[in-house]
Structures are given as C-alpha cells and as structure tokens.
Design a protein around this ligand. Structure first.
Ligand SMILES: [Zn+2]
Ligand SMILES: [Zn+2]
Length: 247
C-alpha cells in the first residue's frame, strides 16, 4: 500500500469518527436539552453517570467510525459495497423497501446478540456498562463496552456489502438509528400516546418499551420492533412511567 493511499484511508477513518462523534453530541445534546425544558431536574443527581455515558459513547464513535471510514473510502475509490447513488439503478419501490429490510435485519441481529449479552458471564464482562445507566439518559445512546460497540456497530457496515441500498436511503436508516438510540434512553416518552398505544405502536419500540429493559433486564431486548420479543415471549410491555417518576 502506497503512503498516499494509507494517508487517504487514515483521513477517511478519522473524518468518519469525527462525524459519528459530532452526530452523537448533537443528537444526545438536543434531546438532553429538550428533556431539561420539558422535565426540569429529570436528570438531577446523574452527573457522574452522564459523564461515563459520554466517555463510553465517544469511544464507541471511533469503533463505529473507523470501519465506516474505510468502507466510505473503498466505495469512492474502488466501488466497494452495494451502495448506489442513482435512484433509478434499482426499481423505485426498493428505496422504501430497503429501509425496512435494513431496519428489520439490524433489529434481528440486535435482538439475538443482545440476548447473548445477557448470559451471566458476557453480561458481567461486556453488557454491564450499558446497564449501569439506571435510569438511562439521552446521553446513553452509544454507552457501550468496546466489544458491544463492535457487535452493534459493525452490522450495518457489513450489510452494505450484501444488500443494495441507495445512498440517501442509507442516510435515512442511520438517522432512524441515531434518533431512536437517543430517544429510547431519554427516560420519558417523546412520541404521542395515540401512536405508542396504537395497533402499529404495539409493534414498535420507543422509550416506553426500552426503559423496561433497563429496569427489569431480562425482557424487551429488541431495537426497533417488538416482533422477536413477542415471538420469543420476552415482551414485558410498556413502562409505568407514573410509578417510576414518583419513586
Ligand atoms: Zn439501552
Ligand atoms: Zn441489555
């Protein structure tokens, strides 16, 4: 490998790490600010926890960013991956369908690796860091041990080599991943009750659902959808916010 190639690779890895870190700080910062406005004092007494959440999340940014940077470089230089730019390269219906395929595939990967991470030895060694967020805050979105960050964060970079996706649709997937990662940990429900308790809401994961996972551990393992939790009998329903907030 020539040194200009190596320099370009390093630069791409560094740039992508910076983008992931800035995306995290912007998204978590925005929703933490919103929490402060909507529910002043909601994160009172959690300063030390929030500092740990930010520290681990920034380390995760590098674990997400370096492979993503290498792939972005390979995409531009060598046409790696099945990411395509021209929306007409595939039938137009594939654009929204690919977003659903990506989300469902990521959710499936997340559900089963998450259950694995709740095996006692793996939990103690790896996943306990994520569960140290009690209650989680908007800063906990990427609060992962490096091994967990790699398990969670390398799935989409691998999937782009297998399943074709238009570049803009990939951005949509990443945006949904970022927003749901933050809002699911916010400690309150941002989505309206009519949606959360609707027929569609029964299959979607929002904070009301993931918060239960942080309180009760061995239930509600999913990421976006409740499909696997329901199929496998691990769905414990939604959090009782009133009881928790008065506790
Ligand atoms: Zn969580
Ligand atoms: Zn867990």
């Amino acid at each position: 490998m020539t040194s200009p190639t190596l320099a370009a690779l390093l630069l791409s890895a560094l740039a992508m790490t910076a983008i992931v870190a800035v995306r995290y700080v912007a998204a978590s910062g925005l929703f933490a600010w919103l929490t402060q406005r909507r529910l002043p004092g909601h994160y009172a007494g959690l300063d030390a926890q929030i500092r740990r959440e930010i520290g681990w999340s920034l380390a995760s940014a590098a674990i997400y960013g370096v492979p993503a940077g290498i792939i972005a470089w390979g995409w531009q230089q060598h046409g790696w991956t099945r990411i395509y730019a021209d929306p007409h390269a595939w039938p137009l219906w594939w654009m929204p369908a690919s977003v659903l395929v990506y989300l469902f595939a990521h959710d499936t990967w997340f559900y089963w690796t998450h259950r694995w991470m709740h095996r006692p030895r793996v939990f103690r060694a790896v996943h306990a860091i994520h569960h140290a967020s009690r209650p989680p805050t908007a800063w906990a979105a990427m609060n992962f041990h490096p091994i967990e960050a790699a398990v969670v964060g390398l799935f989409i970079p691998a999937l782009v080599f297998v399943v074709p996706i238009q570049a803009g649709m990939l951005a949509v997937v990443l945006m949904i991943m970022t927003v749901m990662g933050v809002t699911n940990h916010m400690g309150w429900e941002i989505f309206p009750a009519w949606l959360v308790h609707s027929r569609a809401g029964n299959w979607l994961i929002t904070a009301s659902h993931h918060h239960q996972h942080h309180e009760r551990y061995r239930c509600n393992y999913g990421l976006y959808f409740r499909v696997w939790d329901r199929l496998c009998g691990t769905d414990a329903g939604l959090a009782a916010w009133q009881r928790r907030r008065s506790a």
